[in-house]
Design a protein around this ligand. Structure first.
Ligand code: ISL
Length: 573
């Protein structure tokens, strides 16, 4: 175990009420490239974010998770890192970073950095030296010799095609679960692990408050890298998701990094394909020590064989997933709660109604995330009810995943032209979430004075921060109230969860109970009105409306609840 580090000067004190700060926190995710541009180059940057810290403080969030700002060739928008200890020129430099951290800490807002260590960029020095066979880097990645026409196994890349590319310099294949410019690190090599931990300690020494760990459950692969079941979804997944040594690596990581500092550090593992039982091993009492994980079951509801094959949203299935996760981690572990991030469509477009009921359904979704057990995440623009965008041509797309999808569909003959797959792109492409933040109704939504790197959503004149802040009935104002409500009511943070009417097709209702405190949350997840009886066992005589998104909601529930389309209500004792 490494020696304990003394606290850097720029840290927030840890609370002493016994509960870690991140349980009471609301986290706001920033996608730096699209948040705010301070130098008119069309790309968001660190100074741009620093210019908006008062905005974040006004909203009331407790922590910011920054998607990667490290040096990167940007093959995957910064999730391909070529130097972990440098800020990419397009975002600024370390001094700008220090300024941002101080500005956040001055407002009691903590900073969570993205940690991308399943893979590096192929332009990282480790890979450059590895490809030349230089020791000790020769074994830092997964290299396999063999026929340049026949990859070592049948694993798929998340971004389409084989997970292997042939490198002419080393005359060998290397593994990349994502883009070919994102080679996977060989975690079996102790030197790789030590280099990663040293880098993490370096960031902790700067005073940051946590890490969001990119695809951290992919770091251990089945020994020998055998073929995967060709009929599975993503071929090979059983050999790299929650692999054999993942818990050994993560326990070691926590011991060597987070446990060496005196303050409470938050860690959230991004873990596609994780079950509640798996999650307990990452975050439970006897687990690896992570604070929480991001699971994906609920964002995949309705998907067919691939994410591009979107089906009908099924609320009953969605409720079952949340019931299982809320109760499954109630006594052992902690949940994260999110509906949106930089890889998902906009939540109001995916789960709400982004037409007639955009405002109301955006408020309903916010009510949902802020009244469940676990730590809620707000993805930039979600607090405005930002929607998916129109992409008229493939030239308007920027994401490698979406571009690959369109090109493959055309190459395979499944589509003749972009228009044949446009509907799928506009429903699920990651670019939907990445369009610039809509600050004002000025040109480019006030995001940049230059040309934005990705098109601004056409609806910025109707949906923007300036208007939302002026309008007392806006989605933004409602989010602000929700965040306050959660801060003021422990029952919403720590209460036991009980699902009502599991089979009801449009009403999602649940209670939260903590000692004598009770919360009843009722959400009408549909375009039609609905009426339900107040569930048994709910202390209705003591309940009062704490927040709701419809003017006509009664102050006390009565025996029956009649709800408008997309109506949300929270009653508290
Ligand atoms: O968005 C996805 C594909 O549809 C997800 O499968 C996503 O790739 C997966 O959740 C991993 O995401 C993370 O790692 C990727 C990066 O592209 C994503 O932006 C990041 O969130 C590789 O680093």
């Amino acid at each position: 175990m490494s020696q304990r580090h003394s606290a850097p000067s720029n840290v927030l004190a840890t609370e002493t009420d016994g509960s870690p700060w991140w349980k009471d926190a609301v986290v706001y995710q920033i996608y730096p490239k699209s948040f705010n541009d301070s130098n008119a180059d069309g790309l968001g940057d660190v100074r741009g974010i620093a210019g908006k810290v008062d905005y974040l403080a006004d909203l009331g969030v407790d922590a910011v998770w920054l998607s990667p700002i490290y040096q990167s060739p940007q093959a995957d928008n910064g999730y391909d890192i070529s130097d972990y200890r440098a800020i990419d020129d397009q975002y600024g430099d370390l001094e700008d970073f220090e300024g941002l951290l101080s500005a956040l800490h001055d407002r009691d807002i903590r900073l969570i950095m993205d940690l991308v260590v399943n893979h590096t960029s192929d332009e990282h020095e480790w890979f450059q030296r590895s490809r030349r066979g230089e020791e000790p880097y020769d074994d830092y990645y997964y290299w396999r010799e063999g026929d340049p026409d026949d990859p070592p196994n049948n694993w798929d890349s998340f971004f389409g095609g084989s997970a292997w590319s042939y490198d002419d310099e080393r005359e060998a294949w290397y593994l990349h679960l994502f883009d070919e410019k994102q080679p996977d690190l060989n975690w079996r090599n102790p030197a790789v692990r030590e280099d990663v931990y040293e880098m993490m300690r370096w960031w902790l020494d700067r005073g940051i408050d946590g890490f969001r760990m990119d695809v951290i459950n992919l770091i251990s692969k089945t020994e020998g890298l055998p073929d995967g079941d060709p009929h599975g979804g993503l071929v090979g997944a059983e050999h790299f998701m929650n692999g054999p040594r993942v818990h050994e690596y993560l326990s070691e990581m926590m011991e060597e990094t987070v446990d060496t500092v005196d303050r409470e550090i938050m860690t959230v593992g991004e873990t596609p394909g994780v079950s509640v039982e798996d999650a307990r091993q990452y975050v439970g009492e006897d687990g690896d020590g992570l604070s929480m994980v991001f699971q994906f079951e609920h964002v995949d509801v309705g998907d067919g064989d691939s994410k591009w094959d979107v089906g009908e949203f099924d609320l009953v299935a969605f409720k079952e997933i949340f019931d299982r996760w809320q109760t499954g981690l109630a006594d052992d572990g902690w949940n994260s709660v999110y509906l949106s991030n930089h890889d998902q469509p906009r939540s109001v477009s995916q789960f709400g109604n982004d037409g007639e009921y955009r405002r109301k359904s955006a408020k309903l979704l916010g009510t949902f995330t802020h009244t469940l057990g676990g730590t809620p995440y707000v993805y930039q623009g979600e607090e405005l009810g930002m929607t998916n965008a129109n992409f008229e041509s493939v030239e308007q797309l920027r994401d490698v995943e979406a571009i690959n999808f369109v090109e493959e569909a055309i190459a395979s003959g499944e589509a003749n032209e972009y228009d044949d797959v446009r509907e799928a792109v506009e429903a699920v492409a990651r670019d939907n979430a990445r369009t610039p933040m809509q600050w004002t109704d000025d040109p480019n939504a006030g995001f940049t004075d230059g040309d934005p790197w990705l098109k601004v959503n056409d609806n910025y004149t109707e949906i923007n921060v300036a208007d939302e802040r002026e309008d007392t009935d806006s989605v933004w104002q409602y989010y602000r109230q929700l965040i306050d409500l959660r801060h003021d009511n422990d029952v919403l943070v720590y209460g036991d969860f009980e699902l009502h009417y599991p089979d009801h097709e449009s009403v999602f209702a649940y209670s939260r109970t903590l000692g004598d405190d009770h919360a009843l949350v009722v959400l009408n997840w549909a375009d039609d009105p609905a009426t339900v009886d107040v569930p048994d066992g709910v202390p209705i005589e003591d309940l009062e409306l704490a927040i709701g998104n419809a003017g006509a909601a009664p102050a006390t529930p009565g025996d029956r609840l009649t709800l408008e389309p997309w109506e949300a209500r929270v009653y508290l004792v």
